[in-house]
Design a protein around this ligand. Structure first.
Ligand code: ATP
Length: 348
């Protein structure tokens, strides 16, 4: 994608996006509703004309090539299966459309059905399948084409939580075994973290950050990214960074491990809920009051008030905290993130 842009009236849904997708990559386009993920994917697929910029596949400019002549297969969230055709005919559809011989189609369909565990269901109609099975048929129809890349737009969003988790694992396994190239749209951070080889976070049509799941989680480029990834999200507190390398705020005093002689300035300090430890008051960098404790089964989340800020702590159950009591918390310097309070960009 070279400077890819799409405007709807005055709104730039996608705004000057430059991205290379390498062979074999599982690239996830992630971001909140309306950030431009689907618009970007539809331009790659050829379903939507760009207002500016180019799409290249290998070295070829395909910006104005019609979708059916692009070597790409799209999988949608609504499955888009033909209701009157059997599973076998749905999967084989792209091959029939290309006029491939019947025996060849049958063999290809059998191979893909085997791969997806659909062999026993080939004679059924879509209405006789579960949601997860329908989604696998839609995947099968994309797989049978052996395209240069797969484009997937929230393919799991119609499935219940259990099925979503298993289908997620199936898609990851398929990606590995086929060494396929995938561009995958989702607003679900868990899907992005678990499936992607690279995550591209979009914000109002622009690339906010691109990197491996570990990179975007461990070193978010901005407050926007820090807030979007993590559950509960990163704690963010407005503080002052003093010349002695210590961040100070209400009931908060955390050394940043920066040494002496740093310029004094306001900073937004970030730390993840799982990186806080409960410590005796005299050793605490944060002093607060527990507001509520949530039991997640294996873990607990404690909501605390530190000065005027709300802080979340996450750890194995039991945390040993009770609503109403005072609590001392601490975080290691390597787990602290600094952002510019005005621009929201990462400082360190
Ligand atoms: P979601 O996760 O909700 O599907 P998204 O990130 O995929 O969101 P897009 O569907 O790409 O977002 O939409 C991006 C922006 O472009 C939104 O503000 C949307 O309202 C606008 N938009 C999308 N399609 C059109 C259209 N056909 N006409 C006008 N505006 C549109």
């Amino acid at each position: 994608m070279q400077g890819l842009t799409r405007r709807f009236g005055a709104v730039a849904a996608v705004d000057d996006v430059w991205l290379d997708v390498a062979d074999g990559e599982f690239l996830v386009l992630l971001g909140p509703s309306g950030c431009g993920k689907s618009t970007l994917l539809r331009m790659i697929a050829g379903l939507l004309e760009p207002s500016g910029g180019r799409v290249l596949l290998d070295e070829e400019d395909i910006t104005h090539v019609p979708p059916q002549r692009r070597d790409l297969a799209m999988v949608f969230q609504g499955y888009a299966l033909y209701p009157h055709l059997s599973v076998a005919r749905n999967i084989g559809f792209p091959l029939r459309a290309r006029g491939r011989p019947k025996v060849e189609i049958r063999a290809e369909v059998a191979k893909v059905a085997e791969m997806l565990g659909l062999t026993g269901l080939l004679d059924r109609k879509p209405r006789e399948l579960s949601g997860g099975q329908r989604q696998r048929v839609a995947l099968g129809r994309a797989l049978v084409r052996e395209p240069g890349a797969f484009l997937m737009d929230e393919p799991l969003s119609n499935l219940d939580a259990t099925l979503r988790a298993t289908t997620r694992a199936e898609i990851v396994a398929l990606h590995r075994s086929l060494a396929a190239t995938v561009v995958y749209v989702t607003h679900d951070q868990v899907e992005a973290m678990t499936m992607a080889t690279r995550i591209v976070l979009l914000n109002e049509g622009r690339v906010e950050q691109a990197g491996s799941p570990a990179e975007v989680y461990d070193a978010p480029a901005s407050v926007f990214v820090a807030r979007f990834l993590g559950s509960p999200p990163m704690n963010l507190v407005d503080t002052v960074l003093n010349g002695d390398g210590v961040a100070r705020g209400d009931d908060l005093e955390l050394p940043l491990g920066l040494g002496e002689g740093v310029p004094e300035r306001p900073v937004t300090l970030g730390f993840r809920p799982e990186h806080l430890t409960i410590v005796p008051n005299e050793r605490a960098g944060l002093r607060g009051v527990v507001i509520a404790v949530e039991n997640l089964g294996g873990e607990e989340i404690a909501h605390c008030e530190v000065g005027a800020a709300r802080i979340c702590v996450r750890g194995p159950r039991p945390l040993g905290l009770v609503a109403g009591e005072r609590v001392g918390l601490s975080a290691r310097p390597e787990h602290l993130h600094l952002f510019d309070p005005d621009s929201g960009r990462r400082l360190a």
